[in-house]
Each structure stands twice: as structure tokens, then as C-alpha cells.
Write a protein that binds this ligand. Structure first.
Ligand code: NAP
Length: 407
């Protein structure tokens, strides 16, 4: 939709519509509708701050641009108001608008409903989970040289054990599968064995590999590391390694090679070793390409290296959609206390602005965060490192907006 406004006697048409996609590229009108959901736990508090900070930065950076936020109900709030955690109308809006800033959503362990985070990833086919991790001066890291941590994790987001193909040990399905394995392959599993299936496909490996390769090339990275446990899981994680190498060699051979002959070096590393390597030699890793489960674990471990996962954001991106979030969860113990750090969600929103090509606004937020840290205006999680009185979640947000307005 377009609207006509008059500014200083000049008539200007402004586009107020949804973001669309062509060949993987984002086409962003000046006033796009972007969905948000408050999430559970600390979600509403940090979302309020994140949207205010983004709005202030966009206003500072551009004359005509503005985000038209549209709320969708998901999680506890949706259950309360609509008696459904993921109402059809929210699903329809996600399918239509395709770009979402999402606060954390709670998921029960071992029982209960299926993760809505995972359902959204599947609905929009958000196959790349991208988590940049770099050190922020002032944080108390367990490393001697945390400033060496500057890596980006590309985690496959749609394949692997996260597909949730599993059966409880005492279900008829688990019984049937055990019988099948026994009769057909002479594999004997006890009757108390639960069953999970680990699927991994060439197609899904290839597309996450392409995303990581394009990122590495565009951002002048020198190294890509394929993480896997292919020595044990030969036909899933081992195949991931093989298909990733094959894709890089066949499609990006001008830039990437296994030796030093090209600009980007590709190597691979077994998952357990990856964990010790990012602690002992973080400077050696720039882009880590990982299957879904490995990527999940290594993301939090990498986050811990910089001292605080509360300050990390992540992007879930496909060919024609994106969902942006904090890496952390609902932090239930801080709910409603005006204590939580909103930086993780703000970082997620910065990634969204990058995908929108609104680099100026994202840069303004980066500057504001830098100034805030410099002047030790921080929330409780960081204040303890700086030995200062913390700002509440809301007050921290107000302070960031004030800094942005004065830039
Ligand atoms: P969590 O919510 O990330 O919280 C773990 C700890 O991290 C907190 O106790 C707190 O540590 C710190 N923390 C996290 N976010 C913070 C923030 N914004 N400000 C300050 N400190 C923060 O992890 P969890 O307790 O394992 O998970 C709780 C729920 O969140 C679960 O239902 C889980 O399924 C869900 N979850 C959702 C997502 C998502 O929506 N993408 C991601 C992960 C987890 P201290 O105790 O040291 O202060």
C-alpha cells in the first residue's frame, strides 16, 4: 500500500507495506510492516525496550523510514487471550508478513507442547541460524584474551534431531520400530529404549553451506570450519562434512579451498575438539558451519566465552523470510522484575536491520550500546562486573534512546 504525504509543500508517496523477496534478496519498502511477539517470561519487558531503541535509531538515521510494528499473539499471552498458544491468525500473519522480531518463548522439557520456536522455523523454512559472537569490552570473560573472540556460527536449522521424530520407550510406535530393527537387521534394543531419528539430507546441508560461504566471501573472512561428529555418526554428520566440502569446492572454488591457495581456507573439526579449540584458540575460528544439534551447543559455549549469553542476538533466515531473536531464553526468575538485560533482543533487531539493508540505523544502535557500556550505564548482569549501580530494564532502554537522540 502507498500513502501520499505532504512535506514542506512537496507531495511524497510512501510505501507502507510488507517486505518481499526476490531470488533471496530482501525488498524493503520505506515503512514496512514487521511482526513482533512479546514472548514469555522476561519477553514483554525486553521487547518493549528493543522496539523503542530500534524506532529511535530509525528516526535518527532516516527522514522517510519507519517500522510499522504489528503484534501477533504467541505463547502465554495467546493462551490467556485466545486459549491457544499459537493461534491460527498468528500463523496466518507470519505466513503473510514473513519478518518477525521474537522475544523468547518457553518450552517444557520432556513433555507437553512442541516448541513454537521450532514450529515457526519450519513454517518459514528458516534454514540458517546465524549467531555472531564477539567480545564487548568490560565484560568479565573466563578467557585471558576474550578480545580474540570474533566468530559467526552458521547452524543448520531444519534438519537433524530437531525435527523431533521420536517415540517414548513404552509407545506402540517405539515397540514397532524395535521389532522392525530386530527382525530385519538383527539389532536388539531393550524394551525400555526410547527411539529418536536423526535425519540429515544433502539438500539441507548444501543450502546452509551456501549461506555460510556467501557470508564468508562478502565479509572478507579468511576461514570456514565445518564442525561435525562424522567419526561416529558417519552417514549423517560424516555426510554433512562431505557434502559441505563438495558444495564449497564445486560452487565457491574460486574463493575457497582446503589449502592456502585461495582467499578462504576451509577445514573441518570433530565436535568435541571444537569445544576445546574455541576455548584454547578462539582466534583461529571465524565462521563455524555446523549441523543443527552441534550448532545449538557450540552457540551457547561460544556465548559463554565472551562472558554473557544475555547480550547475544541471533537470526533465523531462509530464502524468503526471517525471524530475529535473543539467543537466551525466558529467564523466568527475572520475570516482571525490571532486571533483565534487553541487549540480546536488541542485537537480534540489529541483525534484522542489516538484512533490511538499514545499515545506518543498526550502526547508530551499535554506537549507542558502545557509549552506554563506556559510561557504565548497564543492567544488573553487567553492572556487577563494572561495580556500579544497575539500571532497570526500562531505564536502560530510556538511556539508550536518549544517547541515540543526542548522537
Ligand atoms: P535462559 O532463559 O536463557 O536463562 C538462563 C540464565 O541466563 C538466567 O538464569 C540468567 O542467568 C541468564 N539470562 C538469560 N537471559 C538473560 C537476560 N536477558 N538478562 C539477564 N540474564 C539473563 O535459559 P533456561 O532457564 O534454560 O530456559 C528458560 C526457558 O526459555 C525454557 O522454557 C526454554 O525452553 C526457553 N528458551 C527459549 C529460547 C527461545 O525462545 N529462542 C531460547 C532458549 C531457551 P543468571 O542466573 O546467571 O543471572
Amino acid at each position: 500500500m502507498q500513502i501520499l504525504i505532504t512535506k514542506n509543500g512537496i507531495k511524497i508517496w510512501l510505501s507502507m507495506d510488507k517486505i518481499t523477496f526476490k531470488d533471496g534478496k530482501w525488498i524493503v519498502p520505506d515503512q514496512p510492516v514487521i511482526l513482533y511477539t512479546d514472548g514469555d517470561g522476561i519477553g514483554p519487558e525486553i521487547m518493549d525496550v528493543a522496539r523503542k531503541v530500534v524506532d529511535a535509531a530509525v528516526k535518527k538515521a532516516y527522514k522517510n523510514k519507519k517500522i510499522n510494528w504489528k503484534e501477533i499473539l504467541v505463547g502465554d499471552k495467546a493462551l490467556k487471550e485466545k486459549n491457544d498458544r499459537f493461534p491460527q491468525e498468528s500463523q496466518d500473519a507470519i505466513n503473510e508478513y514473513r519478518v518477525l522480531l521474537k522475544a523468547p518463548l518457553g518450552t517444557p522439557i520432556g513433555t507437553g507442547f512442541k516448541s513454537i520456536n521450532v514450529r515457526i522455523r519450519v513454517m518459514l523454512d528458516l534454514y540458517s541460524n546465524i549467531r555472531p559472537v564477539s567480545y564487548m569490552a568490560g565484560l568479565e570473560s573466563p578467557l585471558k584474551h576474550p578480545e580474540n573472540v570474533n566468530l559467526t556460527i552458521f547452524r543448520e536449522n531444519t534438519d537433524d534431531l530437531y525435527m523431533g521424530i521420536e517415540w517414548k520407550y513404552d509407545s506402540p510406535e517405539a515397540g514397532e520400530i524395535r521389532d522392525f530393527l530386530r527382525n530385519k537387521f538383527d539389532i536388539n534394543l531393550g524394551d525400555d529404549t526410547g527411539i529418536g531419528i536423526k535425519p540429515m539430507s544433502k539438500y539441507k546441508t548444501q543450502r546452509i553451506t551456501r549461506a555460510a560461504a556467501k557470508f564468508a566471501i562478502e565479509n572478507h573472512k579468511k576461514e570456514i570450519t565445518i564442525m561435525h561428529k562424522g567419526n561416529v555418526m558417519k552417514y549423517t554428520e560424516g555426510a554433512f562434512r562431505e557434502w559441505a566440502y563438495e558444495t564449497l569446492e564445486n560452487e565457491f572454488g574460486d574463493y575457497i579451498s582446503k589449502d592456502d591457495s585461495k582467499k578462504i581456507l576451509v577445514n573441518d573439526i570433530i565436535a568435541d575438539n571444537m569445544f576445546q579449540q574455541i576455548i584454547t584458540r578462539p582466534e583461529n575460528y571465524e565462521v563455524i558451519l555446523a549441523p543443527n544439534i552441534d550448532g545449538d551447543y557450540i552457540s551457547d559455549a561460544a556465548g559463554a566465552l565472551i562472558g554473557n549469553i544475555g547480550t547475544l542476538g541471533g537470526a533465523n533466515v531462509g530464502d524468503d523470510a526471517g525471524m530475529f531473536e535473543a539467543v537466551h531464553g525466558t529467564a523466568p526468575k527475572y520475570t516482571g522484575k525490571n532486571i533483565a538485560d534487553p541487549l540480546g533482543l536488541i542485537r537480534g533487531a540489529q541483525l534484522m536491520l542489516k538484512y533490511m539493508n538499514w545499515y545506518e540505523a543498526q550502526g547508530i544502535i551499535e554506537q549507542a550500546i558502545g557509549k552506554s557500556i563506556e559510561t557504565k550505564k548497564v543492567t544488573n548482569d553487567l553492572a556487577k562486573f563494572f561495580n556500579v549501580k544497575p539500571l532497570g530494564t526500562k531505564e536502560f532502554g530510556d538511556s539508550l534512546v536518549e544517547i541515540i537522540e543526542k548522537l
